[in-house]
Design a protein around this ligand. Structure first.
Ligand code: NDP
Length: 245
């Protein structure tokens, strides 16, 4: 399905990003993972991809750092020869109520979740334009669609990603580059393990009756990265068990 493609997955060391990397590898793509600090976890994902039979490598890169993203994209291009797919998955939370939220907690979440995606799109776009092809998938959230109390920073960053997705889709469509977003609901990962989902009004009403898995999200990302989605751009696909419909 993706044989011959090289994919960059940010935040590929854990959770949803790890599942996307493995799903891509099983579909035949070579995979470049970016991670912030979990070197051992990132290397373990690389080993799993290599065992599947594709090329894989991990790069330490804080996506909030414009220059670091430029260097990482250049390193992937040097190592793999090209980039065909970019998945902006790296994300953080710094939850708190607006009345007491620290300035840094708002800024850090926007810097990683929204500016980080811009940085990666900015540095991959020249490669996509030259190749006259490319697929960008941004991992947003139902928090960006609905807003979530206690997550003003996170919800703003994820709503911002949807605007970034649509503007990018319009701007790059003529170059045969698509840009779509996936909006997961509550997915079982490190990010949500401390959340009391039973007490969260968003999580208590999931029509499909369960939290999502990282693989649920990864399969949708694989679809958007594949030729099955060649005529889809600027779209936001919820993977939330029906929670936000
Ligand atoms: P995890 O906390 O499990 O993993 C986060 C990943 O992002 C890690 O690989 C981490 O790297 C990486 N990362 C964090 N900050 C940076 C940074 N500054 N630069 C580079 N990499 C970074 O998160 P999930 O897998 O749960 O979430 C993945 C994405 O999905 C996020 O964007 C999240 O907002 C979104 N999402 C998650 C939902 C959920 O319910 N889990 C719901 C909706 C959206 P390292 O391991 O090195 O720290």
């Amino acid at each position: 399905m993706l044989t011959g493609n090289t994919a960059i997955v940010t935040g590929g060391s854990r959770g949803i990003g790890r599942a996307i990397a493995l799903e891509f590898a099983r579909a035949g793509a070579d995979v470049a993972l970016l991670y912030a600090s979990s070197e051992a976890a990132a290397q373990a994902v690389v080993e799993e991809c290599l065992a599947i039979g594709v090329r894989a490598a991990a790069y330490r890169c804080d996506v909030a750092d414009f220059s670091a993203c430029k260097e990482a994209v250049a390193a992937v291009k040097a190592d793999f020869g090209k980039v065909d797919i970019l998945v902006n998955n790296a994300g953080i939370t710094r939850d708190g109520l607006i009345a007491t939220m620290k300035e840094a907690d708002f800024a850090d979440v926007l810097d990683t979740n929204l500016r980080g995606a811009f940085h990666m799109i900015r540095h991959c776009t020249p490669l996509f334009i030259r190749a006259r092809r490319g697929k960008i998938i941004n991992i947003s959230s139902v928090s960006g669609l609905l807003g979530n109390a206690g997550q003003a920073n996170y919800s703003a960053s994820k709503a911002g990603l949807i605007g970034l997705t649509k503007a990018t889709a319009r701007e790059l469509a003529a170059r045969n580059v698509t840009c779509n977003a996936v909006a997961p609901g509550f997915i079982q990962t490190d990010m949500t393990q401390d959340l009391d989902t039973g007490a969260n009004p968003l999580a208590t009403n999931i029509p499909l009756g369960r939290l999502g898995t990282a693989e649920d999200v990864a399969k949708t990302v694989l679809f958007l990265a594949s030729s099955h989605a060649d005529y889809i751009t600027g779209e936001v696909i919820r993977v939330d068990g029906g929670m936000a419909m």
